[in-house]
Design a protein. Sequence first.
Lengths: 270, 367, 258
Amino acid sequence: MRRTALAPALLVLPGVAWLAAFFVLPLLTLARTSFGAPWWDGYARAVTGYGTVFARSFGFAALATLAALVLAYPLAYVLAFRAGRWRALLLGLVILPFFTTFLVRTFAWKTILNDGGLVVHLLQAVRLVPADGRLLDTAWAVVGGLTYNFLPFMILPIYASLEKIDRRLVEAAQDLFSSPARAFRLVVLPLSVPGVLAGSLLTFIPAAGDFVNAELLGGPNQRMIGSVIQAQFLQGRDYPLAAALSFGLMALIAVGVLAAARLLREEQLA
Amino acid sequence: MNRWSRRRFLRTGLGATAGALAGSGALGCRSSAGGARVVRISNWPLYIDDRTVPDFQRATGITVQYHEDINDNNEFFAKIAAPLERGQSIDRDVIVLTDWVAGRVIRLGYATPLDPGGFPNRANLITLAQDADFDPGRRYSVPWLFGMVGLGYNPRVTGREITSVSDLFDPAFKGRVTMVTEMRDTLGLVMLGEGRDPARCTADDIRVAADRVKRARESGQIRAFTGNDYTEDLANGNIAVAIAWSGDIQGLHADNPDLVWVAPREGAILFSDNMLIPKSSDRVALAMAWIDWCYAPAHSAQIVSRAGYISAVQGAIPELERIAPALARSPLVNPPASVLAGLRNFRTLSDAEDASFSRIFLDAIGG
Amino acid sequence: MRRLLDAAAGLVLAYLFLPILVIVAYSFNSPAGKFNFVWKGFSLDAWRDPFRYPALVDAMRLSIVVASVSTLVATVLGTMLALALSRYRFRGAGGVGLLLVLPLATPEVVLGSSLLSLFLASHVPTGFATIVIAHVMFSVSYVAFTVRARLRGFDWSLEEAAMDLGAGPWRVFRTITLPLITPGVVAAAMLAFALSLDDFVITLFNSGNDVTYPLYVYGARRAAFPPQINVLATAILATSLAVLGVNAWWQRRRMHAA
């Protein structure tokens, strides 16, 4: 039986070593870098100078997560319950946009939302956008870009949890509650919550740290924290500030996620 | 085979292999191995014409690896600083950097002095460029091209002539103004509009200019802070007025003859992009050959014919008359004395000032 | 109600594809200036001369090489992890699982910047090697989870049966385990390849002087955005479509044959 104990250790070792060296150790190095002179200098500047940017980043990420949820759920539902033999194809279609580079996809939005483009003209016609208004270089474009880019991350987990639901349960519920809407609300929806949660996390966390959408689609008043971190690391070379901002971002995300989890658990118990 | 002869066989085998490898130069320096002489150049995009590189290669037999990988001074400097500091190669023999970054590179000792022996055409350097406060005596650098920072606008969109820096802040153009992400260009121009001199600016001047920019940004007056991408929006009419580089507007003229570049009446900023040899380069002779080639008047005219900026080579304008007469008469490429008189350099900053002013600027533009 | 639902789903799918259509369409644009954001006229010029910009071609080549190398390493490491976690019960399995999930829960800016700070502190020059290291790092988790999902319900007693029959452990792996996990491994490898090709943020921090395809596109936003970028993006899309199609067809054949 000694061989059995050795086998998993050998299998696991290279991967764990790689992650330990190139994920854990870097985070520790980042922590050390964040301590400037005096040790709290980077953090002090991070907190005092960038509160607005942090708030804005989380605001955009939250909006994008909500929008993605609204858009993803119907598609995930149809995929899980109504797709039948088209399911594999449709799933493939959902994943396919991934195979164009993320940056090129976002540039395409720059084309779509262009000032003289069809979308802007349509929205101007229905007065949603003022006659001399625009979509690019506004918060709408940034949130739109974030929603779009992370939509598959919301669709797939919701689909996965919906797909696992036993059909007989749903049929029984429909018999019991006589109305399909009630069956959905009381049986399907609660069972899909793990998927919704997973999708929301997989959308919110990367969106909060994103900067490409803001830089390509937004203006100077839509700048996100990821942009600042990137600029301070790669151009400003103010490492203590940049590292402090990174840890600030992670800490805030962790707090937000834990708070949301606590809230949901309380709701479920109530 | 007995043990003794096997050992001898191995030894002679290894020796032969090692000798062959050493002889073929596979283990030695690639650059000194007989064969290709290659010069590696980094430059800004669209800063050269189609003929210069092939002509140079044909005339000298030196192969050129031309990289258009400089998009931003700070980004590029950050990329090369660490390797050069450690004495590692950056795989380049000529890099083209804006005056203030070139100054930083020279000050930090990352550049190799130009070899006067390999530079007979140095005599063609125009008086304006003979000396520079970021490179006294021009020992390490010579200009690739000069340029001017002023105002670019679309008369059809503005409905009127633009003449002053204060036009950038005209509420009639709210949301249709752009400025550039280069601190010296934006703050320098805004400073001129406040009646202050960038060639002698103080921290207070910087703060005043930065404040003006910040307020304009927060109020929505400024749509974006750009690199060269303002040209698209200007051409499309999405932007009314932009802080613009003279060569960009010149380059747009073919397709958009109505676009105008103007030096504001308060003055304009003069800048130069300069060729330097990084200290890691092991091909100084090849780099000098390239630099010398670019300083022949005919070749400089050739470069200007596409780039649309101002040559630093004497005699380039008459040459330009022959190949692109309209360009030779353009005030953007051949500025009249009135414009030249109003041009200001942004003064060279110390490292501490550079860091502090950059921080103020970054805060003003949003982040 | 049902119709409404289908219509909604259809709209979302259309929304997902809108930028893709634009990307493909604009590869046929003949742009007025240096940027490709306004439609000017139909032209095959970009398709006739897709390799016009050597820097773009070099960037594409680098991306493909990086993706190939990192996929290889990440697939091996990730598959080993998945095998260990599925096949065996061992102390620390929970910890390993957590270690695999954490990178997925960390924003890319932080992943990229922390890795850069490690390289800076250890004076490791950033370039090809550091890009590959970074790509392997974030791919391993995806590979491990994908293979592990496919291994659920795997009948490990098949292995024991083979061993009882006298086969050595390597032979068992080669002839029994490997063929059965191959579809999962292939899927994971394709995912890792796509992730590597696509990666921008982490690469931006750790690429030094080297330029990958996404980095080229990012730099182009300031200077010039030729339609050739769209041509190459369309080519990648078409190739991926073909690969997915072939894979699906091959899977169905195997299932019919089995």
